[in-house]
Design a protein around this ligand. Structure first.
Ligand code: ADP
Ligand code: GLC
Length: 477
């Protein structure tokens, strides 16, 4: 049995802005299910969803600052969660990365440096918890300083650093390095320095014993300039300790047979009931109620990564076609504005909800026929897996985890019953539109459509497999 400290800046259902939270809420459960002793650590944000059994267990002093460690559990599980509590830094409204007005926290470097130092104290068994992990599993730049800080200690646990997104690196001016009082020996081009800037993610990439990312395809892509965001050289140099392990999905939370957010539960055996979810979604979205019309959905952070601009390029043609669109997301204000303008001009075709709404996300997955993920890059992506489980056919761009989880509906894959979606290569509106037209043809052939839905719904996206791959990695180091 391994003792694992799993560190993440977000953990579903306590706090979530994206897929990292889904992973940090599910992978630890899956590791606990295969008998590992795993503890999760995240900051005690004021916006954390309150659970009943939070209690104080110890206090630590790091970098001349006092902090507490509170203990709770992942809801409906026995997995212990430690909350790194420092009201001076985390007790303000907003999400983990931005304040209430949507601006990045000015003190974001202090926040995650302090979080990392607390993780180090726990990892070194200096936090009075009487527990020392064999492995510290860090996720994304917010925990990147952990492997770096551990590198200057002795008798340390091993470290794994998982990249969920190379586009976010935690880069700060050189002066921040001194402000954070980081050990001098970490400042060099093979350490935390990146072109005279302080890079948190480099702490993970340069010092962790193993680097993973969330799909085999993305593990290759990030070694190239197009996807490596300047760190492709370092990553290809580290290829021998770099691997891709595909994310699983939470099969309880995303289960069309037992989803309490949707109008009518259904399974592969009662696919006709999916139409009830479609008509409820249309009614709720103020779209004409019609169970035959093809409905497209999208749920996304509205950022460049997600390729929503490709969809915007297609909208003038799409509104002339017999289809409807239900879109949910928030992010880039100009993208939000463009989408809302289309919704205002074509209220019978497009419904747009700006914001974050988990219940609506479930209703969209259940109610639409086709899910759009035209991502420019996608380390793993989760909604294409949720979609398949809900018999909702994903249209994806062939990148990252989307390649590893979707089988394009081509004559061969249709013939041998492996097709589960539609994919396209080029990051352009034209290529997306072609894929949309191809999907419409498939939809018109009811038998083929049902075959794709059935194959998609039967795929195994459980965490068990991936948890075993992580365990093998922990055992190797
Ligand atoms: P990323 O982490 O890059 O945003 P993923 O596909 O891995 O992409 O995960 C996104 C997760 O966040 C999914 O669970 C998705 O349903 C959810 N999500 C994204 N935007 C919203 C939103 N506006 N409302 C509700 N859920 C959302
Ligand atoms: C990131 C990626 C997404 C991935 C998620 C969880 O946010 O953008 O592709 O699914 O992390 O690993």
């Amino acid at each position: 049995m391994k003792k694992i400290l799993f560190a993440s800046s977000e953990v579903h259902p306590l706090i979530k802005t994206g897929g990292l939270a889904d992973v940090a809420g599910s992978l630890p459960r899956a590791l606990a299910e295969i008998s590992q002793d795993i503890r999760v650590i995240l900051p005690n944000y004021s916006s954390l969803k309150k659970t009943e059994d939070v209690h104080f267990i110890s206090s630590v002093r790091v970098n001349n600052q006092d902090a507490n460690i509170l203990e709770t559990r992942l809801p409906d599980s026995n997995v212990i969660v430690w909350l790194a509590d420092c009201p001076a830094l985390f007790d303000s409204p907003g999400n983990p990365y931005v304040d209430e007005t949507g601006n990045p926290w000015e003190n974001i470097a202090d926040r995650f440096a302090l979080f990392s130092r607390i993780i180090v104290e726990v990892a070194m068994n200096r936090a009075h918890l009487d527990w020392q992990p064999n492995v510290v599993h860090c996720n994304d730049w917010q925990t990147g300083l952990v492997p770096a800080l551990l590198s200057v200690e002795s008798n340390t646990p091993s470290t794994v650093f998982t990249i969920h997104n190379m586009a976010y690196q935690g880069m700060f001016p050189e002066s921040t390095f001194a402000d954070l009082n980081l050990p001098r020996q970490l400042w060099h081009p093979n350490g935390l320095e990146y072109h005279e800037m302080l890079s948190f993610i480099k702490g993970g990439l340069a010092y962790a014993d193993r680097i993973t990312t969330v799909s085999p395809t993305y593990a290759l892509e990030i070694q190239t300039p197009e996807y490596g965001y300047g760190l492709e050289g370092l990553l290809s140099h580290k290829y021998h300790i770099l691997s891709g392990i595909i994310n699983g999905m939470d099969l309880d939370q995303w289960n069309p047979e037992a989803d309490t957010s949707i109008s009518e539960p259904y399974s592969v055996k009662s696919l006709e009931k999916k139409a009830i979810n479609k008509t409820s979604l249309q009614a709720r979205s103020s779209l004409p109620v019609n169970k035959s019309v093809l409905v497209f959905g999208l749920i996304s952070r509205l950022v460049e990564q997600k390729g929503v601009d490709l969809l915007i390029d297609c909208l003038p043609e799409m509104v002339e076609m017999p289809l409807q669109l239900v879109l949910l997301g928030s992010g880039d204000k100009s993208v939000e504005q463009k989408l809302m303008n289309f919704a205002r001009l074509y209220p019978k075709k497009i419904s747009v909800t700006i914001g974050y709404d988990e219940s609506l996300a479930h209703q969209i997955e259940a109610g639409v026929d086709v899910f759009l993920m035209p991502s420019r890059f996608e380390p793993c992506g989760l909604n294409q897996m949720y979609s398949q489980r809900y018999g909702t056919i994903p249209i994806v761009r062939e990148t990252g985890g989307l390649v590893d989880t979707i089988e394009d509906a081509l004559p061969k894959s249709l013939a041998n019953n492996t097709a589960t979606g539609v994919s396209f290569k080029e990051a352009s509106g034209g290529a997306l539109l072609e894929a949309i037209k191809r999907t419409m043809l498939l939809y018109n052939d009811k038998k083929t459509w049902k075959k794709i839905q059935t194959t998609a719904m039967g795929k195994d996206f459980s965490w068990k497999n991936s948890a075993e791959q992580y365990l093998a990695l922990y055992e190797e180091i």
